[in-house]
Each structure stands twice: as structure tokens, then as C-alpha cells.
Design a protein around this ligand. Structure first.
Ligand code: C2O
Length: 488
């Protein structure tokens, strides 16, 4: 690092205030993030591709370098102390100190509060964007987003062309060879999956930001749902499909710009962020456009308008009404009752795995999980404690079946799970087994159970079937630790 930049860096460290909350008035929203598939989006993408070339040319000790940005999310292929020693040697510099603070801080793929996911990634993308703005000299730069949920079939789930051009003089920096075949071929990445893996109607209809009882809130529903699916389906375990490698692919950033846009859309449609809760006060360290240290509290990332940017388009309000939690949120009945559970964890394999759900109470109902005496309640299939030794590189599709031999079909389809954040990765404290979160999934299966009742079936036990959406990689041995049917 040159003396000039070192001086600037030191000044930055000494004088960095903790920035609280809103940084600019509401009317100042001046940057617009465009869909990549618009003329403005293409223009911005070219600026981005060139800036990546610059960032890749900066030394690893520079917070604006591509490796630093990737490592802030998570370090792939090495342990943090080893990488710090390799890059900084013995020198105790401010940059080294900043690397200690910033690297491996992604939230919340390793057991931290699941609510941190959206605001942490918003701040991460926001400062990345500032760095590009500085390095490119384009004062109007705003990161474009990949609109994979577009209803247009030529765009839905299709990796934008500019990310698939290894020989292009400008866009080649956006290319990575180690994505899935579908991602780099330009076919919809979800083409071989049952259901519609680009669907976001369930999270967009959530009434709450945070999980309540058995019902996922918007944040966890987005995180475990479309967010994880995009990682796995563009994937591979040395790229987007694995937390420690994901930040290396430029696709990561345009993916997260879209996740951020979905959050903004949910807010515009009436979803409220939970100010004043303790987790919102947590602060995290980033590097701004000049590579200087900034510390931000999560609640300071709750409004894009206050942060000075917006999007060219938003997701419409979902046609379906807000889900059951709109009732629970009003405090009517938050108790969630355990109805049935699997006796053991499910070890998922290369073909379908079936696990029995057995009742835990004596009070039998015509269909296990449905209670005619409590018609207002919903029934949830709750999956927790996901773990994998390495990425299986596929989604697993979940079906709820009335008996052995019943065929998985649309009427019994519950949803899908992925293991993106279910792989042990060392957060620097060496304690691998504590570095995994609860990995909470829940699916509203009321309609599936009502379908069984309509067919005149009266199952007193159910089978959960996990079907891999492709051929899982060997040696991953993904596991679902706990499987329950709960009513709320
Ligand atoms: Cu921190 Cu898309 O991941």
C-alpha cells in the first residue's frame, strides 16, 4: 500500500464515527439500481465489469480489492488466521486490523441471529457499490440486479448473457467456469426441478419480518428459500453453491441486489421492519468507497430511501392474502402445538428418502395434523438441524404422503430445502460444531392435508419424502436433524 493510501487509511481508522441510522434525508434518493436487462442496466454492468478488472488488480491488502470483498463474506479454501498471515506477514498494520474485523462476517450462515441476513447483506452490497463508484469514476454508478424472478420466460432463472462471455473484452470478468452447467448454458437454472423454484409468492405474502412460532418470517423465508436456491442452482461447491466461495463470483452481487429489491418490495407492499428489537442494534464493520473503515448498526439499513438509493421496478403485492401469522401477530393465539414427529433424523441419499411422522398425542383426528375443532389453525411441517459435510449441489424436494407407495405428485408437494448454509465452516474460533444455526424451515401443509381429507383418506401417520432434484455429489451425506408437524 502506498504512503498516500496508508495515510488516508489511518485517518479513516482514527476518525471513523459510528454512523447511526439514516444518513440522508428521504428526498435525496438519487441512485437507481436497474434491471440488468435494460439499457441502463447494461451500461452499469459494463462499468461494473471494468471495475472488477481494477479490483482484481489491487493488492490483497487493499480493502477495495476483489479478494478482500470476497473474504468479507467468507474465506474459501483456507482458515482466516492462515490467510491473514499469508497476506500480511508479520506486519501489524491498520489494514490487518481491519481484515481481522471484517473477514468472515457474513450473516447469518453460521449460527448468528437469522434476522441479520437481510440488513447485513444490504450493507455489504451498499459499500461494495460505493467502491465501484469510486474506482470507476462513474459518480452515478448503481449496481444493477439480476431479475431471476421475472415472469418473462426468457429471463426467469436465466443467468444474464454478460455473465457467460469468457472471451468478451469487457464482460469477461463476469464469467466463472465453475458454475452449474445450466447456469453457464443460458438455460433456466430451475428447468429440471419440480414445481417452480423461482416462485416467491410464499415469502412475499408473509406478514412478519421475524419468525413467529412455527411460521417463518419474511427474512428467513427469503434466506432459506429463493436466496439459497439461486446459490445452489447457479452453484458448485467452489463457487456460488458454498458460503466460503460464493462472494468470489460477480453473480453473487447482482443476486444480492435482487434479494435487496425483494425486501424493498415487501416493505413497499406493507411489510414492517422491526425497529427497537435488540438484534437491530448489532453493528458490523465494512470498508467504504475509499477503503476506509465504517461501522454500521443493522437498523441503519432498514430504509433504502434513507440510504440514498432505489430500484427501477418492484414486485407487486401478492394476490394471496397475508399468511396465517397475520392472525398470530395480533396476539390471538401464538402457541404452536407439536402434533407429530419423526423418531430420528433423516439421512438424505441419492434417491428418495422416506421418514414416518408419528402422532405425539392420544387425541386422534380424522387426518393427522388437521383438527376440525380448530378450523382457524394452520399446520406446518417444520424441519430443523440441517447439516451437510459438503455441498450435495442439489435441492431436495419435500412431499407429504398418506402411506407407503403413494406417489409424490403436485398435490403432495410441500416445497424444497437446500444445504447452502448447513455446511460447517470455521468462523475462526476453531469450534466447528458450534458454527451452525438452527437452519429453520417450515412449510404450511394445511392444503396438502385438506387434499387428503377430500379424497376420503384418514391417515394416522404420514410419510415425509425427500427427493433430490438431480444427482447429489458423493460424500455430502446431508441430514435433516428434526422433522415435526406442528399446528399454530
Ligand atoms: Cu451471505 Cu447469498 O449469501
Amino acid at each position: 500500500m502506498s504512503t498516500v493510501s496508508r495515510r488516508r487509511f489511518l485517518q479513516g481508522l482514527a476518525a471513523t464515527p459510528i454512523v447511526l441510522g439514516a444518513v440522508r434525508p428521504a428526498w435525496a434518493a438519487s441512485f437507481v439500481r436497474y434491471d440488468i436487462d435494460t439499457p441502463q442496466g447494461q451500461d452499469m454492468l459494463a462499468v461494473y465489469a471494468n471495475a472488477i478488472r481494477t479490483m482484481q488488480g489491487l493488492p490483497d491488502t487493499d480493502p477495495r480489492s476483489w479478494r478482500w470483498q470476497w473474504y468479507t463474506h467468507f474465506i474459501g479454501g483456507a482458515k482466516k488466521p492462515d490467510e491473514i498471515a499469508r497476506i500480511f506477514g508479520d506486519a501489524v498494520t491498520p489494514e490487518r486490523q481491519l481484515a481481522e474485523e471484517m473477514w468472515n462476517t457474513c450473516q447469518s450462515h453460521a449460527g448468528q441471529d437469522p434476522n441479520n441476513f437481510l440488513p447485513w447483506h444490504r450493507l455489504f452490497v451498499y459499500y461494495h457499490e460505493q467502491i465501484v463508484r469510486q474506482l470507476s469514476g462513474r459518480a452515478d454508478f448503481a449496481l444493477p440486479y439480476w431479475n431471476y424472478t421475472s415472469p418473462d420466460p426468457t429471463k426467469r432463472g436465466v443467468v444474464p448473457l454478460a455473465f457467460r462471455l469468457p472471451d468478451d473484452p469487457v464482460f469477461s470478468t463476469l464469467y466463472r467456469p465453475n458454475r452449474t452447467t445450466l447456469a453457464n448454458s443460458g438455460e433456466p437454472i430451475h428447468k429440471d426441478q419440480p414445481g417452480d423454484a423461482m416462485d416467491i409468492s410464499v415469502p412475499m405474502a408473509k406478514a412478519n419480518y421475524s419468525t413467529i412460532g412455527s411460521e417463518q418470517g419474511f427474512c428467513r423465508a427469503i434466506d432459506s428459500g429463493i436466496h439459497g436456491r439461486i446459490h445452489v442452482l447457479t452453484g458448485t461447491s467452489t463457487n456460488m453453491g458454498s458460503v466460503p466461495w460464493a462472494g468470489r463470483d460477480p453473480l453473487f452481487w447482482v443476486h444480492h441486489a435482487n434479494i435487496d429489491r425483494l425486501w424493498t418490495s415487501w416493505n413497499r407492499n406493507g411489510g414492517k421492519n422491526p425497529y427497537y428489537e435488540e438484534w437491530t442494534y448489532a453493528s458490523f464493520v465494512f470498508a467504504d468507497g475509499n477503503g476506509q473503515r465504517v461501522s454500521r448498526r443493522l437498523y441503519g439499513a432498514f430504509s433504502t430511501t434513507n440510504m440514498g438509493y432505489t430500484y427501477d421496478a418492484f414486485e407487486p403485492k401478492p394476490a394471496s392474502t397475508l399468511s396465517a401469522s397475520s392472525v398470530t401477530a395480533q396476539g390471538k393465539d401464538m402457541a404452536d402445538e407439536l402434533v407429530a414427529r419423526a423418531r430420528a433424523a433423516a439421512q438424505l441419499g441419492r434417491t428418495a428418502t422416506q421418514v414416518a411422522l408419528l402422532p405425539v398425542t392420544d387425541r386422534a383426528t380424522p387426518v393427522l395434523g388437521l383438527d376440525p375443532a380448530q378450523p382457524g389453525k394452520r399446520t406446518y411441517l417444520v424441519l430443523k438441524g440441517l447439516h451437510t459435510w459438503k455441498q450435495p449441489d442439489v435441492l431436495y424436494h419435500v412431499y407429504l404422503l398418506p402411506h407407503a407407495g403413494a406417489r409424490p405428485e403436485a398435490g403432495s408437494y410441500v416445497g424444497n430445502i437446500n444445504f447452502f448454509d448447513a455446511e460447517f465452516h470455521d468462523h475462526g474460533n476453531g469450534a466447528l460444531d458450534t458454527a451452525l444455526g438452527e437452519n429453520f424451515y417450515s412449510f404450511d401443509v394445511t392444503a396438502v392435508l385438506q387434499g387428503l381429507a377430500r379424497k376420503g383418506l384418514t391417515p394416522q401417520s404420514l410419510l415425509v419424502s425427500f427427493v433430490p432434484g438431480g444427482r447429489p455429489s458423493a460424500g455430502a451425506e446431508p441430514l435433516v436433524g428434526s422433522i415435526e408437524l406442528r399446528r399454530q
